[in-house]
Design a protein around this ligand. Sequence first.
Ligand SMILES: *Cc1c(COP(=O)(O)O)cnc(C)c1O
Length: 378
Amino acid sequence: MAKSLNEQAHSGIHGLHAYVPGKPIDDLKRELGLTSIIKLASNENPFGVAPAVKQAFAQFVGNGAHDLHRYPDGGGYALKQKIAARHDIEAERVTLGNGSNDVLELTARVFLGPGKNAVFSQYAFAVYPIVARAVNAETRMVPALGAGADMPYGHDLDAFLDHIDEDTGVVFIASPNNPTGTWLAPQAIEAFLDAVPPGVVVVLDEAYLEYQADSERPDSRQWLERYPNLIVTRTFSKIYGMAGLRVGYALTSTEVADWINRIRQPFNVNTVALYCAEAALTDEDFVTYSTQTNAVQRASLAGELEARGLICLPSQANFITFDCGRASTPLYQAMLHEGVIVRPLESYEMPEHLRVTVGSEEDNRVFLAALDAVLERE
Ligand SMILES: *Cc1c(COP(=O)(O)O)cnc(C)c1O
């Protein structure tokens, strides 16, 4: 008897559900016939694309986009040089990805597989279990800190150590973490790196690092010299407003970069994205504006939510996750009818929380008005 497709799909992914992204604006327009919609569901930069990127993009098009019939530079030479200079690291220790998610997946493909396990926190980024199970590795979810902890719902690094064994290939930690916004103290990360066996890869996902206060932000660059098993990931998606272009990167030891490059698709980052990311790195003004505005608006938004009796998780990111004290998916759905898209966290097993991206002052006003309208109708 021939096997069914169901049997052919490997056992690691049988229990997996497709990642549910934030609802696209066009979907909501189509479904509800709304014209004015704000999306605060995917932690995108509310100020759009960095001006230097827009300019580079226009320049690229203005030049007739003449090189698009050629393959991209598979080695990403020019961009890697600039990233390397910024972090004072050898260019060969920079690995580019089609978004940092690509780097997460490459890491799993190198260091995980059947018989191995990946360790990550409860309420951590949904992509970690996806990439681990895609290669048929076991996933070990470490219970998060409790709701009453100093860092509610945060990573419990001590508990991580109890979940690591000789079959552990990769540990994923995110600081700040999505969907919670919680973060880890630099000393805690360093102590953890000291305690983890040297053959276990530790991914430190720093997608939201730029949004952290200077006093909270770790200098992970120095750890890369001491821990050849450390992979630091960064992205252009959030702070540079380049989510649609897809560029991220890893900083690692030479050895890890070599392993990843052996399986990396040669042209994983496209020509336009490479070109625009180079320009992004010159736009310090936009980074400063985005981070400062985010900090002000985040504090203001948290204050407004708390004033409504909604408890916010501490956040050092560009979003706030808050406890609605009731099932949050109906609230999310009711807000869609108000033209506001936020993120329900049922899929993260936080059925009473919503995650809202910190928007511009005006976005946040519209969000709060929609929330009030919905809460009033309850
Ligand atoms: C948004 C996000 C990323 C970035 O993903 P890209 O593929 O670079 O767009 C990575 N990690 C976390 C935790 C995120 O929330």
